[in-house]
Ligand binder design. Structure first.
Ligand code: NAP
Length: 283
């Protein structure tokens, strides 16, 4: 791997991915841009080459198409110059679960989870062998908030968060950094795809601010970066609460609250044969 590794960024034609491309080019990294819109990537690539003197390569790929995804996987597997993957390509769809089409939610899952997973899987063994490198996965605060009403989108981002946390535990000891970035509402075109007018939304983060904050987390080697969260202690408390539950999963018997038999009139302990006998006829 060269001293300044190349960075492969998916979804680099616009939005958060294009901002990452700009920032990494400024830092002197050569780039591989991946998305479907060739014209936009060529325009961005030409500008970044001129402004920063870095090399820009472009792969046109629809990451929901297995053959096109495979091209990117091969590149990540074989090109030892690429030391950083920004797994950013993703989308959202509008409507509630019963309004969303089955093919549409399946395509959303294919892009937001399967493609991201396959690219990380293609790259990670090479990085682990080299003992260096980084994988940045773009998740969302929606992954922590089923209350926000974007159920399938949030579920894909919960996958991204879990995958990133697990990979971080597996790969950090091998010298590979894995970061999950959880943006909240950020001014990009994704909102057009869900049928929302970004100008009617409040508390919208500008895309440059989001990526600059994410890169502060990157430079600090944070496993999870949540740019809009003011109090990092809240995230730490959530992790501590989750981890405090872990020893309690190692139980041979169901918890006491599940060891009762409910009748129409009363809940009866299954450990209390006399009481259970009284209710035999109700079961
Ligand atoms: P965006 O402006 O819509 O950009 C999405 C990028 O993904 C584009 O470059 C698009 O390029 C690419 N893309 C979409 N479908 C693709 C496909 N099938 N194959 C390959 N590339 C594809 O959205 P964004 O807001 O920057 O989103 C980037 C990431 O941030 C996503 O993972 C999103 O879930 C996450 N995020 C965004 C927000 C927000 O409020 N903006 C909040 C939380 C998380 P082409 O159309 O050229 O293919």
């Amino acid at each position: 791997m060269t001293t300044i590794p190349s960075v492969l960024i998916t979804g680099a034609s616009t939005g958060i991915g294009a901002a990452y491309a700009e920032r990494f080019a400024r830092r002197g990294h050569d780039l591989v841009l991946v998305a479907r819109d060739m014209a936009r990537m060529e325009a961005l690539g030409t500008r970044l080459r001129q402004e920063n003197g870095v090399a820009i390569d472009i792969i046109q790929a629809d990451l929901t198409q297995p053959a096109e995804l495979a091209t990117v996987e091969t590149r990540l597997r074989d090109d030892a110059r690429i030391g950083i993957l920004v797994n950013n390509a993703g989308t959202a769809i509008g409507g509630s679960f019963i309004e969303q089409g089955t093919d549409d939610v399946a395509r959303l899952v294919a892009l937001n989870t399967t493609a991201l997973l396959r690219l990380a899987s293609a790259m990670a063994p090479r990085l682990a062998k080299a003992g260096e490198g980084a994988i940045v996965n773009i998740g969302s605060v929606v992954s922590l908030a089923p209350e926000f009403g974007m159920t399938v989108y949030g579920a894909t981002k919960a996958f991204v968060l879990f995958l990133s946390q697990g990979l971080s535990l597996e790969l950090a000891p091998k010298g590979v950094y894995v970061q999950a970035v959880l943006p909240a509402t950020t001014r990009t075109e994704i909102w057009d795809h869900v049928g929302a007018d970004i100008n009617t939304l409040s508390n919208v983060m500008e895309v440059g601010d989001l990526v600059d904050a994410a890169l502060v987390g990157f430079d600090r080697r944070e496993p999870v970066t949540i740019p809009p969260l003011p109090d990092a202690g809240q995230w730490d408390a959530l992790q501590a609460a989750r981890q405090a539950m872990l020893p309690n999963y190692r139980n041979e018997h169901p918890a006491e609250r599940y060891r009762t038999v409910l009748s129409t009139n009363a809940a009866t302990s299954i450990n209390d044969p006399a009481a259970a006998g009284q209710n035999k006829g109700d079961l």
